[in-house]
Design a protein. Structure first.
Length: 446
């Protein structure tokens, strides 16, 4: 596909991975994968079938190594249906440990402290891999640690072993946990200029433009996105050079059309991942359908040739029947991003166990629902949105809000704007009073 160093590395591991899978994993020895052992180049991958979670759930044993014992069993979050268990063997964990330890340098003043924040309700079992710095786990569920967060972010090096010298510190965690940490600090009027945090790395939720401004101005530090699936060892990280997300070197990512599964090199499609041996051996994933929409574009970045932006879950997006290309007129993240600028829109109260927080709605998610109504060839996108006020009591304010929301959605999605202008669909905005939409879960990405 290219002579980029990352693709060279992937290509080197590709054929061995394919032959290994064909020899030891029953499903990959079947007729659908008959040309597996002949795959030597990234460009040959589209000749192989797309693998979906439902395919594995039907017969999980067929997708696992015939004799390797599981040493660690991970699972998907289950927010998008049935939970998939992922087996990891001792052999692959040892390979991960040895590969990532090579770059380890002795602890000194420049080794960063990584504050790994834990607090949300999901307990994902992570694949153990050596970190690039010394990790301190800050458990926000523990009230003792919550009472010490100001000290932790001021001098995080005091909480890791070794020398107690000031050095760079990074906060890593789910966006919802960063939301909790930031709110807790603001609640006690913490002076963020005294924090020793050089950057923030978050995953698991949508970073809207408003949220990015909020975090970066509050912490006075840049925020980087991270995206990954619990099934796949490896993730995609926001690039400091071009701003796009790039997959890790030890994982292959392709983008395919959500309807035809044909490769997409420019535009909107579904992220598809292939894991590589020796990092994954017990349960290899070959062309695994993530269910997440991304937008790729030609990037001339020295880090990686594949650069993309995340658009959220396919099933949370809105498609227009008959529309060419991806068929998507509004992705989950475009919708959330456009609506997040409106303070009039209600949000759910989350983390109610945090007694230190007075207004739990600041930790929640916007309450809205999108649905495409199709009737005899006529298509209407119905956006039902809960407001913080009762719409019929304030008719003028409601009309103005509807107008501004429509404008924001059309500005955010060119596909939506063009489809409305061309008369292929219409957009209806229904405002609902407080309490109309309950138990809202955004479920944007795995
Ligand atoms: Zn880049």
């Amino acid at each position: 596909m290219s002579d980029h160093p990352r693709d060279e590395f992937r290509t080197q591991l590709l054929n061995h991975t394919m032959r290994f899978a064909a020899a030891y994993v029953p499903a990959y020895g079947e007729v659908a994968y008959r040309c597996l052992s002949d795959v030597h180049a990234l460009a040959q991958l589209p000749s192989l079938p797309i693998l979906k979670k439902s395919d594995i759930l039907m017969r999980p044993e067929a997708f696992r190594h015939i004799s390797m014992e599981p040493h660690l069993i991970q699972h998907t979050s289950g927010t998008s249906g049935q939970i998939l268990h992922v087996h990891r063997s001792k052999e692959e964990l040892a390979a991960i440990e040895s590969f990532f330890s090579k770059s380890d340098e002795p602890t000194d003043k420049t080794t960063p402290v990584i504050i790994s924040i834990l607090g949300s309700t999901t307990d994902a079992i992570q694949t153990p891999a050596p970190a690039v710095g010394q990790v301190f786990r800050l458990n926000l569920r523990d009230p003792t640690w919550r009472s010490r967060i100001q000290d932790v972010v001021r001098a995080p090096w005091e909480y890791v072993e070794g020398t107690h010298h000031a050095r760079p510190a990074v906060i890593v965690g789910l966006e919802s946990d960063l939301r909790v940490l930031t709110a807790l600090l603001r609640e006690c009027s913490f002076d963020f200029s005294s924090a020793s945090i050089s950057s923030l790395i978050t995953s698991g939720d949508v970073i809207t433009r408003r949220l990015r401004r909020y975090y970066e101005s509050t912490w006075r530090a840049p925020l980087f996105d991270q995206y990954g699936l619990s099934e796949i060892f490896g993730s995609c990280n926001q690039c400091g050079v071009c701003g796009h997300l790039h997959p890790d070197p030890h994982v292959i990512m392709e983008v395919v059309n959500p309807i035809s599964s044909e490769p997409v090199s420019d535009g909107v499609g579904i992220a598809v991942f292939t894991t590589l041996a020796p990092f994954v051996q017990c349960q290899p994933f070959i062309r695994y359908w993530s269910g997440d929409l991304v937008e790729i574009s030609e990037v001339s970045c020295p880090v990686d040739l594949l650069g993309f932006r995340l658009l959220g879950r396919l099933y949370k997006s809105v498609s227009l029947p008959g529309l060419t290309g991806s068929g998507i007129v509004l992705s989950a993240i475009e919708a959330y991003d456009a609506l997040d600028d409106f303070s009039e829109i209600a949000s759910s109260g989350m983390f109610k166990w945090l007694w230190e927080i007075k207004d739990h709605s600041q930790l929640g998610h916007l309450k809205f629902d999108l649905r495409m109504d199709s009737d005899r060839g006529s298509h209407t996108l119905v956006a039902t949105i809960e407001t913080r006020f009762t719409p019929h009591l304030y008719p003028e304010q409601s009309e103005s809000l509807k107008f501004r929301i429509r404008d924001a959605l059309c500005k955010r999605s060119g596909s939506l704007r063009e489809s409305i202008q061309a008369g292929h669909m219409s957009l209806r905005i229904n405002l609902k009073p407080p309490g109309s939409i309950d138990s809202f879960m955004p479920d944007m990405v795995e």
